[in-house]
Design a protein around this ligand. Structure first.
Ligand code: NAD
Length: 381
């Protein structure tokens, strides 16, 4: 298949692009490299040494398959996006290109507006360009589990839609699960969902929205093939996801910083599984397009304290409880369906299998770059 991967230079997009190319697909990565720019802005960055995009692409062509790159801002250049789609003629488009850190989106006015403008315009520009060029192109978008919120008001979390009975008529309906964002970033993912509902209703746009859990890990079988292909690994309080922060702390012999009492239960997925699930979504095209297809892209649910305890027990790290900088429930239960991707063959990697390897890798590669103050850099909200 021919696939455009918007945001293909990022943490999830890069290994996914490599996996798709390794499996014979023709890949065009479209990215404005803004994430590399934010590394400079925040004076933090990947613990791993990531190659320039030029070196990445050269190495991917040599070791993996058919991968090309174009530098484009999907939010600010709608004509360019349309031209790209017209010329490349993709069967599918994967949309990773959004500002993806909840803490970044909550720093202040500039970051709130940037996150909304960037994420909503970028995703809308892609939808609009698809219907202008060829409405048969399948759009696969990376959403987040955070769109559901973490309350138990509606019981276990289904895949996107909630079955309800309307009191006044007794009619049974399946409605989009009520959005309950916890940050400006999550708000943009909730708004993306409405964009998809409308484009699907009006133009029958074929969309798969993947509500992804928190991604952990760093390497995949493909990023290991050359130092030029290595994936980024964020560990700071703004872009580092919780388990990757703990892994970097354990690897550098500093206490694991648990927010509050660590009673927050969240859904997790390993980076290799991200790439596998996106491939499953891209290649399984035969589905009912009368509504947006929504999958929960998650492997398992754990509480933050449970994660910290696993790492403490395995690596002898200490746990330090710190005041939670975020406005969120201190404790919650979470049960999440991931039946959709499992029905397509998804067999999740759970925490224990790959963890040892990842910690060792980070311990080796991060000795000079790890800066403890970066881990505690989250803004308060
Ligand atoms: P990332 O920041 O590492 O990658 C995003 C990429 O998109 C970057 O390379 C960036 O340069 C690019 N980009 C951003 N805005 C752009 C624009 N306007 N034009 C062109 N390129 C642009 O993030 P990630 O962790 O790889 O996340 C990818 C997607 O997956 C995001 O949409 C995110 O919300 C979603 N997601 C990630 C996680 C996670 O834990 N990392 C969890 C759930 C969902």
């Amino acid at each position: 298949m021919r696939v455009i991967v918007f945001g293909g230079d990022g943490f999830c997009g890069w290994p996914t692009s490599l996996r798709l190319a390794a499996n014979g697909h023709k890949i065009l990565i479209a990215d404005n490299l803004s994430r590399r720019g934010i590394d400079n802005e925040l004076s933090s960055g990947s613990l791993t040494e990531i190659a320039s995009i030029k070196d990445r692409i050269e190495s991917a062509k040599k070791h993996i398959g058919d991968v090309d790159f174009v530098n484009i801002d999907v939010a600010k250049n709608p004509q360019g996006v349309q031209g790209l789609i017209s010329n490349f003629k993709p069967d599918a488009i994967v949309q990773f290109a959004e500002q993806r850190a909840a803490p970044y989106s909550m720093i202040g006015d500039d970051e709130r507006r940037y996150t909304v403008d960037n994420n909503i315009s970028g995703t809308h520009n892609i939808c609009s360009a698809i219907v202008a060029v060829d409405p048969n192109i399948h759009l696969v978008h990376l959403g987040t589990m955070g769109v559901y919120g973490y309350s138990k008001d509606f019981g276990d979390i289904p895949e996107g839609y909630l079955d309800v009975t309307i009191n006044s008529t007794n009619a049974n309906k399946s409605i989009l699960y009520p959005a309950n964002p916890g940050s400006i970033y999550h708000l943009t993912k909730c708004l993306d969902q409405l964009v998809f509902q409308f484009y699907n209703k009006n133009w029958n746009l074929k969309v798969t929205d993947l509500h992804q859990g928190i991604v952990w890990g760093v390497e995949t079988e493909h990023t290991k093939l050359s130092p030029m292909l290595v994936n980024r690994f964020d560990y700071d309080g703004i872009y580092g996801t919780v388990l990757n922060r703990f892994i970097s702390q354990a690897a550098n012999d500093v206490p694991l910083s648990v927010y509050g009492e660590g009673g927050q239960s969240r859904a997790f997925i390993h980076i290799s599984d991200t790439a596998k699930c996106v491939e499953l979504a891209v290649t399984n095209t035969d589905f009912d397009t009368s509504r947006v297809r929504i999958f929960n892209q998650v492997s398992e649910v754990r509480s933050v304290l449970e994660l910290a305890t696993i790492i403490k027990d395995q690596y002898g790290a200490e746990i330090q409880f710190i005041k939670n900088p975020r406005k969120e429930l201190p404790h919650n239960d979470l049960k999440v369906s991931n039946a959709g991707l499992k029905s397509l063959g998804f067999n999740p990697i759970t925490l224990d299998n790959a963890l040892v390897e990842d910690v060792r890798y980070i311990a080796e590669s991060s000795k000079d770059k790890f800066n403890q103050s970066n881990v505690l850099s989250s803004p308060k909200w």
